[in-house]
Design a protein around this ligand. Structure first.
Ligand code: NAD
Length: 289
């Protein structure tokens, strides 16, 4: 607890929000829910901060989840992601993910902005989900610009995978389809059937930029929402971490849910110390129940 007058660090009990905050939240027509690895912790997926235990114990993700690592040894990086996907596939949405999805029936507009790659918000039924760091279960071409320019090749775009075509017979105007049927599973690293490019999980690796369209849509939601609920993020990864602060600057109500304090706790209207699966259903029941 920080004892600031405009801020409540609370454990969830009845009426934790106080009447003014309760009313502002209750009247909100557009709520952005910003989530990090902590919301999936109770689904059995370790957070990034727990990366040296359990799932992440053998290899530091910062060594394998990079374009440089894939360029050097695509199979090692592919195998690491296959292993990660096996854990994530076993996980199911928890009460926190489900409460966020149910909120769609109570509030005019809900935008979920997630840093997670586990697809659990979609699995819970959330419809408007912005995946800032991509989705482990989609594939994308490995765009090796370094090699492309070193070889001086003509950068045609492949109609199937959307990357730079490795074969010159790809029609750049054919329109992008998807890579249906190909998935992240054990075996050799797959290649795009049309152009031969190596495929990779469609997630943002360390050192890579975020998709500007997705990031732009997240910034727009943070700027336009009446309330933002930040769940289970240490707020240490930029540019995602700036999103709750944009909402604060635009005057939205900001509530944080996290068992631990973060840099946001001091600035949020309320910082609720507790787990996502416990606090979210109770909070939503209290305000919209
Ligand atoms: P982080 O690991 O840095 O921080 C996790 C936060 O969640 C911490 O502040 C912790 O106190 C909190 N937390 C732990 N258990 C919780 C619970 N039960 N309920 C609520 N909060 C809880 O996570 P981050 O800020 O999301 O950043 C890490 C990066 O790694 C992100 O890009 C993230 O997407 C990625 N990552 C994703 C997954 C996933 O998809 N599930 C898992 C691990 C890491």
């Amino acid at each position: 607890m920080d004892g600031q007058s405009n801020h409540q660090a609370v454990n969830l009990r009845s009426n934790v929000l106080g009447p003014p905050l309760f009313q502002r939240l209750h009247r909100a027509r557009h709520i952005a829910v910003f989530t990090g690895a902590g919301i999936s912790a109770e689904s059995g997926i370790p957070t990034f901060r727990e990366r040296f235990t359990g799932l992440w114990a053998k290899t530091d993700p910062q060594e394998v989840a990079t374009p440089e690592a894939f360029r050097a040894d695509p199979q090692r990086v592919w195998d690491w992601h296959v292993h990660l996907a096996a854990t994530v596939r076993r996980a199911a949405p928890n009460a926190g993910h489900r409460a966020i999805a149910r909120l769609q029936d109570a509030v005019e507009r809900i935008t979920v902005i997630t840093q997670n790659i586990d697809d659990l918000h979609h699995a819970a039924g959330s419809r408007d989900v912005l995946e800032l760091h991509g989705n482990l279960f989609r594939l994308a071409p490995f765009v090796d610009e370094e090699a492309l320019f070193a070889e001086g090749r003509n950068p045609l775009i492949c109609h199937l995978c959307g990357g730079y075509a490795l074969r010159d017979d790809c029609d750049p105007y054919a329109g992008r389809e998807d890579l249906e049927g190909l998935r992240l599973e054990a075996g050799p690293v797959p290649r795009c059937p049309a152009c031969g490019a190596l495929l990779r999980p469609d997630i943002v690796w360390f050192g890579e930029p975020l998709d500007p369209h997705v990031l732009g849509a997240a910034f727009e939601a943070a700027d336009a929402c009446d309330a933002l609920i930040c769940v289970g993020s240490s707020l240490e990864v930029e540019p995602a971490a700036s999103i709750p602060y944009r909402a604060i600057r635009r005057g939205a109500v900001v509530i944080e849910i996290n068992p631990e304090p973060t840099a946001l706790s001091q600035q949020a209207d309320a910082a609720i110390r507790g787990s996502a699966a416990e606090v979210l259903p109770a909070l939503f029941q209290e305000v919209w129940g």
